[in-house]
Design a protein around this ligand. Structure first.
Ligand SMILES: CC(C)(COP(=O)(O)OP(=O)(O)OC[C@H]1O[C@@H](n2cnc3c(N)ncnc32)[C@H](O)[C@@H]1OP(=O)(O)O)[C@@H](O)C(=O)NCCC(=O)NCCS
Length: 200
């Protein structure tokens, strides 16, 4: 009986998440270019647009309520886009907040509690910061990038194709393709060993 109720609860939560996605699509907040799977609640609360490629997975299926699980994709202003490429998977509690735009390529892996912030959000001047916006610049993750847990990616960075960013890193400058980078500020540790590139 308990097993049955648990399964029922899981399937109701899944249904609610898919209904939430349908509602965001109807409101024009989210566009899906194929099948997107939600294992955790998704919040898209900006005035811009979120585009989910085919086969995007949001949330870790094995522990959907780890943390609160929720993924927040906030494209703040009209015309701002957060685009997530086909086959990319996010773990739980990821936040992407965009004022300029965030583009994530195909087949990327985004660890739990990663934050991507493409803006300072507040001017830096002591008095200005309360009234003026901060500097913003687009963030790009090329295809097949792997971002470790709790990394923070800041304005204007590009992470090159196939590169890995270590857990807890703070990325303030762009990282080239095909390397492992980590630390605060993140620096290249070494190139990845030669490998088959899984994408065309
Ligand atoms: C970056 C990473 C891939 C490197 O793994 P590795 O190649 O086995 O690295 P090593 O443990 O041999 O460490 C190499 C060097 O990098 C440093 N380093 C490794 N990971 C680091 C990190 N996250 N931040 C800062 N420095 C790091 C090590 O201290 C070591 O420095 P040293 O040569 O001066 O001693 C790994 O440490 C990591 O962060 N994995 C991500 C795990 C994760 O978050 N998964 C997602 C879960 S959803």
């Amino acid at each position: 009986m308990t097993k049955f109720l648990r399964r029922l609860g899981r399937s109701l939560r899944k249904r609610l998440r898919q209904l939430g996605l349908r509602r965001m699509r109807a409101l024009g907040q989210v566009e899906t270019l194929g099948k997107a799977t939600l294992h955790v609640p998704l919040l898209c609360d900006g005035a811009g647009r979120v585009v989910l490629g085919d086969g995007v997975h949001l949330g870790y299926e094995g522990a959907p309520r780890l943390g609160d699980g929720e993924i927040r994709l906030q494209a703040r202003a009209p015309g701002v886009v957060i685009a997530i490429g086909a086959g990319t998977a996010f773990s739980n509690n990821v936040q992407v907040i965009a004022e300029a735009g965030v583009t994530i390529g195909a087949r990327c892996l985004i660890g739990d509690a990663v934050q991507i912030l493409d803006s300072d959000f507040h001017a830096l001047g002591a008095a200005d910061r309360h009234v003026r916006p901060g500097a913003a610049a687009p963030v790009v993750l090329e295809d097949n990038v792997f971002i470790g847990s709790r990394a923070i990616l800041l304005k204007g960075v590009t992470i090159g194709r196939n590169s890995v960013i270590g857990a807890g890193s703070v990325v303030v400058r762009s990282i080239p393709p095909g390397v492992i980078a980590a630390g605060n500020p993140a620096k290249v540790l070494r190139p990845l060993p030669p490998d088959h590139d899984p994408l065309p």
